[in-house]
Ligand binder design. Sequence first.
Ligand code: HEC
Length: 148
Amino acid sequence: MRRSSKWLYLAALALTPILTTAAVDNKDVIDYRQHIMSTLNEQAGALGEILSSAIPDDNVVAHLDALALTASTALKAFEPKVPGGEAKPEVWSNWAEFSKRMNEFAAMTAKMAKTAHEDGKDAALGQVVDALSCKGCHDTYRKEQAKK
Ligand code: HEC
């Protein structure tokens, strides 16, 4: 009895910081979706170096997988209606269109990754311009700010 209540106490202590920050914190919500976008940016940047032949293409399939996986997590990060950061209010006022775009982006990157596994990286890289429709969405939904 004593033993288990001690463990419960320790477990509660360990969870305290998580539970406190879990209380609705808009900054966390914005940080989270920006982390996901930054991940996309880094992976796209790595791929860009490979496409420009600056870097050998051995990791192409891994970068395409990383992009597809990250894209699949992006919509969830925008679900909490927390305007701010560089997100325009239209993300939520046009949610049907925004989420359709994000789902299409996820589907296209998933298809590109699948092509890489099944038909090879050259076939997959043929889809890169269509799949990485970053700018199309940003033009409508992101208000880019000078870097902090
Ligand atoms: C369906 C819409 C959509 C797509 C597709 C999309 N983004 Fe974004 N992106 C956004 C929105 C909205 C923001 C603003 C988020 C915020 O600041 O709250 C953003 C922000 C960013 C940022 C700034 C993050 C920061 O730290 O402030 C980067 C970098 C970025 N996106 C890169 C990309 C790249 C690279 C791709 C494609 C591989 C991409 N995005 C695809 C909507 C999109």
